[in-house]
Design a protein around this ligand. Sequence first.
Ligand code: HEC
Length: 148
Amino acid sequence: MKLPLAVALGVLLGFGILTSHAQEPVVRDAAVLARQSLMQEAKAALGLLSNMSGHSLRFDKKAARRAKRQLSSTLRRIPRHFDAPHMDDHSRALPRIWQDKAGFDAAAARARRAARAIEPRSLPALRRSLPQAVSACLACHRSYRRPP
Ligand code: HEC
């Protein structure tokens, strides 16, 4: 009697553990999600400017100005989105960000300056000024983000 009960319990528990494991939701840290969505905003604004610059989207001064403003605003918010070392399994942030927060914030400031220097007044001006901003994104990613 004792043994079958123990076995039954074991099976139940084992099954319980397995199913609860299989159904475990992907645990996402809210602060990580927030900083990743900030980056997605930056990507969307930069994407619009790149598409105009590469002629896959018609140049539109007003839309370019708006995208520039949006890009500057997202870049300004980077430092405080990384103030605390929040992490989860889906983050590609490197620990170096918090070991060298001043260096990280300086990289964000460089990107912000490059975004401010984007010239949305004409297509040739946009094409001349955009590459700097793109390099500033990549420079920070190279130092502070784990490659995929
Ligand atoms: C000062 C550093 C820094 C700058 C500047 C920066 N990024 Fe990031 N970016 C990061 C870090 C760190 C991550 C990884 C965040 C994570 O996974 O927790 C990241 C992640 C991303 C992601 C992936 C987000 C996701 O959904 O997982 C995109 C897209 C992105 N950045 C776009 C950009 C673009 C576009 C720019 C420039 C306009 C830019 N970033 C500028 C540091 C930076």
